[in-house]
Design a protein around this ligand. Structure first.
Ligand code: G
Ligand code: G
Ligand code: MN
Ligand code: NA
Length: 249
């Protein structure tokens, strides 16, 4: 397929770029970290969203070199923002790749990023099979000093049992619940309950997809630790993060 060929070339030719979206600490309303989100400026096509090419990269195995590039680039760029952490998404194939722990260790060493400034985001789909192996991998990453976030929390099938089994450092409440706040009492209860649950398990809670001041205010009132969404900032190129650091939210 043409897209597969082009993606292969793109990884070699630097057509990919990392964008970063601020994560805001609720009380101080200051940027505490960023989520790294990959973009592909495909010649002749313009910006291709990751939802279109990450699945292709997963199917073709290109996710391994692509994921390596994403992790390295994100860690290197994060060293320019001394007080921020960087959160990098790991796809299922990346999570299961040979010696992921060795790769993360090597990238931290090569870039000089302190381990406690790296967060890895995984979805529960990653954990569905090979539970023993997944547990070992998660523990090994945490032993490096890296934090693990459960992404898109609430959208999968077995979220609660995974929370019991795996000691995540953070849960990221999926944006679908945040966007229903104030519209459906069910979603409002779910948000409150997930935040309580995260807190009682000693996990940091983050809400994604915050778009309105009333969503922000409800999440603040419910003790959500961090927020992310268009209300604060869209994902931006690396060069723009320094300007956003001076802003209040
Ligand atoms: O950036 P955007 O909101 O369009 O991302 C769409 C989807 O692509 C999300 O599910 C996101 O997790 C995924 N995605 C974005 N960037 C990366 C990345 O660097 N690595 C992986 N594995 N997935 C990513
Ligand atoms: O699946 P994951 O959570 O990794 O991906 C985050 C996705 O959510 C990215 O595609 C990002 O661009 C998108 N996103 C971030 N903030 C908002 C928001 O406020 N509203 C919406 N609709 N999408 C958002
Ligand atoms: Mn994510
Ligand atoms: Na998410």
């Amino acid at each position: 397929k043409a897209m597969e060929r082009d993606l292969r070339v793109a990884i070699q030719n630097n057509e990919l770029e990392m964008y970063y979206q601020p994560l805001i600490e609720t009380h101080g309303r200051a940027m505490q970290g960023v989520e790294a989100l990959v973009r592909w400026n495909r010649p002749g096509f313009g910006m291709v969203p990751p939802g279109d090419f990450i699945p292709l990269a997963e199917e073709t195995g290109l996710i391994i070199p692509l994921g390596d590039w994403i992790l390295r680039t994100s860690c290197r760029q994060a060293t320019e923002w001394p007080n921020l952490f960087v959160a990098v998404n790991l796809s299922p194939t990346q999570f299961k790749q040979q010696d992921l722990i060795g790769l993360v260790k090597q990238v931290l060493h090569d870039t000089g990023l302190t381990p406690n400034r790296l967060e890895l985001e995984i979805t529960e789909g990653v954990l569905l099979e090979q539970t023993a192996y997944s547990l070992m991998t998660l523990r090994g990453l945490q032993e490096l000093g890296v934090r693990i976030a459960m992404d898109d929390f609430g959208t999968g099938y077995s979220s609660l049992s995974y929370l019991q089994m795996f000691a995540f450092d953070k849960i990221k409440l999926d944006q679908s619940f945040v966007q229903e706040l104030g519209k459906s009492s069910g979603a409002t209860s779910i948000v409150r309950t997930v935040l309580d649950l995260g807190r009682s398990l000693g996990m940091v809670t983050t809400a994604e997809g915050v778009e309105t001041a009333s969503q922000r205010d409800y999440l603040t009132q419910q003790g959500c630790n961090q927020m992310q969404g268009y209300l604060f900032s869209r994902p931006v190129p690396a060069a723009e993060i320094k300007n956003l650091l001076l802003r209040t939210y």
